[in-house]
Design a protein. Structure first.
Length: 359
């Protein structure tokens, strides 16, 4: 039976199938696979090694350097760009592509003296209002990057959606219009669609699509996971029952005694808690999967354990496997119960949970 402790299993074949499905739907667009935040908790190095995406995208230079430790040749974009000359020198040395999103980065590139030019992507702020050049700044910044001696030509262009996960939100169409007005004659490649836009706005595919959440088989849509969602969850968080106890009507369980049994029942204790990354604030009733049965979490999640109501006729035993989320229990369901988003749940699984990557 081995050690009964939580583990995180990643299905590499599901990742490969998802990438193939994305390419099938992409109408010829190439794929930028976003592997920031440790590939949304899936393990950036394993994901990078297992996929043949056209480009990989990370948030920070430190993440890019981890990828370069295992592969010197795959194309890697640093989405936050470089912030000082040391980072710029690393981008040059390790052939990293950088996003330019504010004037100080542009000035640094104009002044820099490099032995070879680096590939730059300029970011337009079309409505996210987080990073990027505003519409009235963009053309001048783009022309200056085209003239910079240390920047490889052509300069590529990207933007980012704020509300593409909501198909009826009017901002997305405004962003598409703003982007289209300023880049009709661009020489470089265009990357506009994120996961939400890939599902909701096929007119945004352009040269590249930049996908994160759907690559991992999870829906970004505010409305939840559609029935015809063609992607397979790659992550399964599992643990085990470490106790099965008789529990009387009216008795409470856990810190704060927040839940009391309405009838005699059996409770299972699962070896997983908020120190493993399972959200402390899920309410009673949030499901876990044991065998083919969904059973509810009851009481407060504690640091190392949670309790579930197995029912009075339960046949489960110590050692039985418990799925906290995965293919048959979508992480979207747990996120909805916890009033959060799947991104947060997947990236917060802690390092004390054993990780297994299945190729």
């Amino acid at each position: 039976m081995g050690i009964l402790s939580p583990r995180l299993e990643i299905n590499g074949k599901a990742l490969q199938a998802n990438l193939a499905q994305i390419r099938k739907q992409a109408d010829g667009a190439k794929v930028i696979a976003v592997i920031k935040a440790n590939a949304y908790g899936h393990g950036a190095l394993d994901v990078c090694k297992s996929l043949d995406a056209d480009i990989f995208a990370v948030a920070r230079m430190s993440e890019a350097m981890e990828i370069r430790d295992i592969d010197l040749h795959k194309r890697v974009i640093v989405l936050q760009g470089v912030h000082n000359i040391d980072e710029l020198k690393l981008a040059e040395k390790y052939n990293l592509e950088v996003v330019v999103h504010h004037i100080e980065q542009l000035k640094m590139l104009e002044k820099a003296k490099l032995s070879q030019p680096i590939q730059a992507w300029i970011k337009m702020d079309t409505g996210m209002h987080r990073l990027g050049f505003l519409e009235h700044e963009f053309t001048d910044a783009y022309m200056r990057l085209q003239a910079a001696k240390c920047v490889a030509q052509p300069v590529h262009i990207m933007s980012h959606f704020a509300c593409a996960d909501e198909i009826k939100h009017p901002l997305s169409l405004k962003q598409i219009e703003a982007f289209s007005k300023l880049v009709p004659e661009a020489d470089g490649d265009i990357a506009l669609a994120n996961s939400g836009a890939f599902l909701n706005f096929p007119q945004t595919y352009a040269d590249y699509i930049r996908v994160g959440l759907i690559l991992y088989g999870v829906s970004p849509l505010v409305e939840g996971r559609p029935q015809d969602f063609p992607f397979q969850p790659a992550m399964t968080l599992k643990s085990y029952l470490i106790a099965v106890r008789d529990h009387k009507k009216g008795e409470a369980v856990g810190y704060g005694a927040t839940w009391k049994a309405r009838k005699n029942t059996k409770l299972g204790v699962v070896s997983v808690g908020y120190a493993d990354g399972y959200p402390r604030h899920v309410p009673s009733g949030t499901p876990v999967l044991i065998g083919n049965r969904r059973v509810p979490v009851v009481g407060r999640v504690s640091m190392d354990m949670l309790s579930v109501d197995l029912g009075p006729d339960a046949m489960e035993q110590v050692g039985d496997e418990v799925i906290l989320w995965g293919e048959d229990l979508p992480v979207e369901d747990i996120a909805l119960a916890a009033n959060t988003i799947p991104y947060e749940l997947m990236t917060k699984v802690t390092l004390r949970v054993k990780r297994l990557f299945h190729t």
